[in-house]
Ligand binder design. Structure first.
Ligand code: HEC
Ligand code: HEC
Ligand code: HEC
Ligand code: HEC
Ligand code: HEC
Length: 404
C-alpha cells in the first residue's frame, strides 16, 4: 500500500521504494542491485560465482551425481554438504533423519521433508550462486585456519537492508545503508572464508589456495589485485544524484573474479625459459603466483607439451603434467571429495622455479613447447562420465619455439 502510494509521487521514488521492499526481503537476489550497479553486475555475470548452483554449473551437478551414486545417497544429501561454500545461505544446513529422506527419495514419494529440502535448494536467492548479497551482506569474517570452518561457518551476515563495503557511507545510496568493513578494505579475508581450504571425511586437504597463499611469505599482492583488478578512480553509480550531496571519486575495482574462463589471467601463471644444452633441452618453469599452479579445484591441471621436430615434421611428443591426484582406500584414483589420500602432487609451489631436463630426440632440429591449462583432467571427466566443451578443453597459457 505504502509502495503504491509513493508511486504516484514519481517514478524515481517508486523504483527506489520497490527496490527497498525487495532489499529488505528475506530473499535478496542480485537483480535488485543491477539497476544501479551496472558495471559490477556486468562483470559478475561473466564469472562462475554467478553460476555456483546445481542448475547452472554442469560439472558441479555431474560431480554431485557421481558422489551420490557411489555412496548410495540421494543427490540432495551430498549437495547440502557442498552448499557450505557453494550456496552458503541455503536454509537447510544438515539433513536430519537421513534414512527416512533416503527412503522417500528411493520410493519417489513426496514428504514434508523432501518438499522442504527441494524448496531450499531451488529458492531464487540460492540459484543466484555467490551473489552480491552473499558477499556484501557479510558483517563479520571469523578468521580461522581450520579447514572445517569455511563458507557459512566462517561468516556472519547482517540485516538484509545493510550493504557492507570498502567505503564510508556518504548518504548517496539512499536505498541501502552502507557500512565500511575491514574485510572489504582487505578483501583477502573475505575470499579466504571460502577459498582457504577444505577437507574430506578422511581429513584429506582440498582447495588449499588460501593456505598456500599465507604460507608463501609473499602477500605483496592481494587476491583482489589479480582476480578483480588494480584500483582505479571512479564514481559509483554516477547517474544517482541527490541534492546537497556531491558524489565522491573513489578507488574502485572490477568484479571479474578472473579465472580461466572469463579473462586472460592464465597468461600470468608462469614464465618459461628454454635452452638447448648438449644432449638436453632444458626448460625452466617459474610460478608467478603466490599460490600453487594450478590451484583450487582438485581436477585442474597444467600440461607442458614438448614436440621435437625436424623442420615442420613432428618426430616425437612428450607431455609433462602438473596436477594433484587423489586416491581411495585401495589407492585407485578418486574424485577429491571421496579421497582417502593424496597419491601425488607435483603442482608448482608458490613462486617455485623448476628445471626440467628433457633428452633431445635424435635428429630433431627444433622443438616447440606449448603450455596449456585444463579445468578438469581427462581422467576425472572419464571417471564421472561427463563431457562438456567448456571443461574438456585446453586453455592456452604460453608457448615457445627453440632451435636445438
Ligand atoms: C565474491 C565477493 C563479492 C561479490 C559476489 C560481489 N562483490 Fe562487490 N565487492 C567485493 C569486494 C571485495 C569489494 C571491494 C574491492 C576493493 O576495493 O578492494 C567490492 C566492492 C563493491 C562496490 C564498491 C565499488 C567497487 O566497484 O569497488 C560495489 C558498488 C559493489 N561491490 C557492488 C556489487 C554488486 C552490485 C555485486 C553483484 C552484481 C557484487 N558487488 C558482488 C566483493 C564482492
Ligand atoms: C537505487 C540505486 C541502488 C541500488 C538498487 C543499490 N545500490 Fe548500492 N549504492 C548506490 C549508491 C548511489 C551508492 C553510493 C556510492 C558512493 O557513496 O560513492 C552505493 C554504494 C554501494 C556500495 C559501496 C558501499 C560501501 O560501504 O563501500 C556497495 C558495496 C553497494 N552499493 C552494493 C549494493 C548491493 C549489493 C545492492 C543490491 C543488494 C545495491 N548496492 C543496490 C545505489 C544503489
Ligand atoms: C561464499 C564463498 C566464496 C567467497 C566469499 C569467495 N568465493 Fe570465489 N568461489 C567460490 C565458489 C563456490 C566458486 C566456484 C563456483 C563454481 O564454479 O561453480 C568460486 C570461484 C572463484 C574463482 C573462479 C571463477 C571463474 O569464473 O572461473 C575465482 C577466481 C574466485 N572464486 C576468486 C574469489 C575472490 C578473489 C574472492 C574474494 C574477493 C572470492 N572468490 C570470494 C566461493 C567463494
Ligand atoms: C599475483 C597474482 C595472483 C594473486 C595475488 C592470487 N592469484 Fe589466484 N590465480 C592467479 C593466476 C595467474 C591463476 C591461474 C593459474 C593457476 O591456477 O595457478 C590463478 C588461479 C586461481 C584460481 C583458479 C581459477 C579458476 O579458473 O578456477 C583460484 C580459485 C584463485 N586463483 C584464487 C585466489 C585467491 C583466493 C587468492 C588470495 C588468497 C589468489 N588467488 C591470489 C593469480 C593470482
Ligand atoms: C570448503 C568450501 C567448499 C566445499 C565444502 C565444497 N567446495 Fe567445491 N569449490 C569451492 C571453491 C572455493 C571452488 C573454486 C575453486 C577453483 O576455481 O579452482 C570450488 C569449485 C568446485 C568445482 C569446480 C567448478 C568449476 O566451475 O570449475 C566443483 C566441480 C566443485 N567445487 C564441486 C564440489 C562438490 C561436489 C562439493 C561437495 C561434495 C564441494 N565442491 C564442496 C569450495 C568448496
Amino acid at each position: 500500500m505504502k509502495t503504491k502510494l509513493l508511486c504516484f509521487l514519481g517514478l524515481t521514488i517508486c523504483l527506489v521504494s520497490f527496490a527497498y521492499a525487495q532489499l529488505s526481503g528475506a530473499s535478496t537476489n542480485s537483480y535488485v542491485c543491477f539497476s544501479c550497479h551496472k558495471d559490477q553486475a556486468k562483470d559478475w555475470a561473466t564469472t562462475w560465482h554467478s553460476r555456483s548452483h546445481v542448475d547452472s554449473n554442469p560439472i558441479y551437478k555431474a560431480m554431485i551425481n557421481y558422489i551420490s551414486r557411489v555412496t548410495y545417497q540421494p543427490e540432495e544429501s551430498v549437495l547440502v554438504g557442498c552448499a557450505q561454500c557453494h550456496n552458503p545461505k541455503m536454509t537447510i544446513k544438515e539433513i536430519s533423519s537421513k534414512d527416512s529422506f533416503t527412503l522417500a527419495k528411493v520410493l519417489n514419494v513426496e514428504t514434508e521433508q523432501t518438499k522442504r529440502i527441494e524448496a531450499s535448494v531451488g529458492a531464487e536467492n540460492i540459484k543466484d550462486g555467490i551473489s552480491c548479497n552473499i558477499c556484501h551482506n557479510v558483517e563479520k569474517v571469523n578468521e580461522s585456519m581450520n579447514m572445517e570452518m569455511r563458507g557459512f561457518k566462517a561468516v556472519e551476515w547482517g540485516p538484509n537492508d545493510i550493504v557492507y563495503g570498502p567505503f564510508e557511507d556518504d548518504g548517496r545510496a539512499g536505498i541501502h545503508k552502507s557500512i565500511q568493513k575491514e574485510h572489504f578494505t582487505n578483501p583477502d579475508k573475505l575470499c579466504m572464508a571460502c577459498h582457504f581450504g577444505g577437507e574430506t571425511d578422511s581429513k584429506v586437504e582440498l582447495y588449499a589456495t588460501g593456505k598456500e597463499f599465507l604460507g608463501s611469505a609473499d602477500t605483496s599482492q592481494r587476491c583482489a589485485d589479480c582476480h578483480m583488478s588494480t584500483k582505479r578512480k571512479g564514481i559509483i553509480t554516477p547517474e544517482i544524484k541527490k541534492p546537497g550531496i556531491t558524489a565522491k571519486e573513489r578507488e574502485i575495482r572490477s568484479h571479474l573474479f578472473e579465472g580461466a574462463r572469463n579473462s586472460e589471467i592464465l597468461k600470468d601463471t608462469l614464465s618459461l625459459d628454454a635452452k638447448s644444452e648438449g644432449n638436453n633441452l632444458i626448460l625452466e618453469l617459474t610460478n608467478l603466483t603466490p599460490h600453487k599452479a594450478p590451484t583450487g579445484f582438485g581436477g585442474r591441471s597444467i600440461d607442458v607439451k614438448i614436440e621435437f621436430k625436424n623442420g615442420a615434421n613432428v618426430m616425437d611428443t612428450q607431455i609433462y603434467t602438473l596436477e594433484i591426484v587423489y586416491a581411495d582406500k585401495k589407492g585407485k584414483e578418486m574424485v577429491p571429495y571421496l579421497a582417502a589420500s593424496i597419491k601425488s602432487d607435483n603442482r608448482l609451489a608458490p613462486h617455485e622455479s623448476r628445471k626440467l631436463n628433457v633428452p633431445k630426440f635424435p635428429g630433431a632440429t627444433n622443438a616447440k613447447i606449448t603450455i596449456t591449462y585444463r579445468l578438469v583432467s581427462e581422467r576425472i571427466l572419464k571417471l564421472i562420465n561427463f563431457s562438456d566443451p567448456v571443461f574438456n578443453k585446453n586453455y592456452p597459457v604460453i608457448s615457445m619455439d627453440v632451435n636445438l
